[in-house]
Ligand binder design. Structure first.
Ligand SMILES: C[S@@+](CC[C@H](N)C(=O)[O-])C[C@H]1O[C@@H](n2cnc3c(N)ncnc32)[C@H](O)[C@@H]1O
Length: 276
């Protein structure tokens, strides 16, 4: 453990040079259309095994370019509604009678989507970008039918790769070490785009929200990444402020369901009784 050096753009530059040949994410996923299509097919098959998607009424929240929603409508006979906060050009090329893609903010109060209207709600790599993640979960509770299943896969803020800048910044946890201004100035941009912005929820906070909303976890998988001990020790002043459990945890994957005997029991408020 030593004193943390000055956290400025020179240090960003030096660390990046040092980590260029051993980047935290050695082979980032391809972003081209073919890569995305292949990934959607792979994910759809996995999700179908996990929660059963054939012929279901599905809501995909944060559908992005729409690849997964299209795959499910086309190859799984599912009735799919995909929503994303912003409309995408790619949507114009994705046409299927069972598929509806629309621009909608899941946290927006008013919502034309039907209460209890979906057998499955799925979301991948979205919740970390949602500004009001609890409001979005409340919306899921409203939209999911009582026997429904919600699949959620999300990145966590304290993970080594949560900055989403790992294609450019090769060392771990840049967002926990450097200020937004330092990173923006090193990247030579006025503002780091939306990709950088990840809400700061920990997994423990998610678990608390699930419980509060009456969601039970029926499947859980945690994706971890070993802590780079040499790096951690150099920046222990900063990184030691976070539990190692969180620093190791990149993504969580859960399936959420309601209690079969009492689905959608009223949300307790306040959550805990005192003096009982
Ligand atoms: C990293 S992308 C993932 C897209 C897609 N699920 C995938 O796996 O390729 C995150 C998406 O979440 C969307 N998003 C963020 N906040 C949202 C909100 N409040 N309501 C709906 N979509 C949102 C973003 O517009 C973006 O398309």
């Amino acid at each position: 453990m030593g004193d943390t050096p000055k956290l400025d753009t020179q240090l960003v530059e030096a660390l990046n040079r040092e980590y260029r040949l051993t980047p935290t994410v050695p082979a980032p996923a391809g972003l081209g259309r073919e890569d995305r299509g292949a990934r959607a097919a792979h994910v759809a098959a996995r999700l179908d095994r996990l929660v059963g998607l054939r012929g279901r009424t599905i809501l995909e929240i944060g559908c992005g370019a729409g690849d997964l929603a299209f795959e499910l409508a086309g190859n799984y006979g599912a009735y799919v509604t995909g929503i994303d906060i912003g409309e995408r050009e790619d949507w114009k090329t994705l046409r299927h009678p069972n598929l509806t893609l629309s621009a909608h903010d899941v946290t927006a109060g008013e919502c034309a989507l039907p209460e209890n209207g979906f057998d499955r709600i799925i979301s991948r790599a979205v919740w970390e970008h949602i500004r009001h993640p609890f409001a979005a979960l409340v919306q899921c509770r409203r939209l999911l039918c009582p026997a429904g299943k919600k699949y959620l896969y999300a990145n966590l803020y304290r993970s080594a790769i949560a900055s989403h800048l790992y294609r450019t910044l090769f060392f771990p946890w840049p967002h926990l070490l450097f200020s937004h201004d330092v990173l923006a100035s090193w990247l030579d941009v006025e503002r780091i785009g939306g990709a950088y912005w990840v809400n700061k929820l920990t997994y423990a906070q998610y678990l608390c929200y699930f419980r509060k909303l009456g969601f039970y976890i029926t499947h859980e998988r945690l994706e971890t990444r070993a802590i780079d001990r040499a790096f951690y020790d150099r920046f222990e002043d900063r990184l030691g402020l976070y539990p190692r459990f969180d620093l190791e945890l990149d993504f969580f994957e859960v399936v959420l369901e309601f209690d079969r005997t009492n689905p959608k029991a009223p949300i307790p408020d306040p959550m805990y009784r005192t003096g009982a």
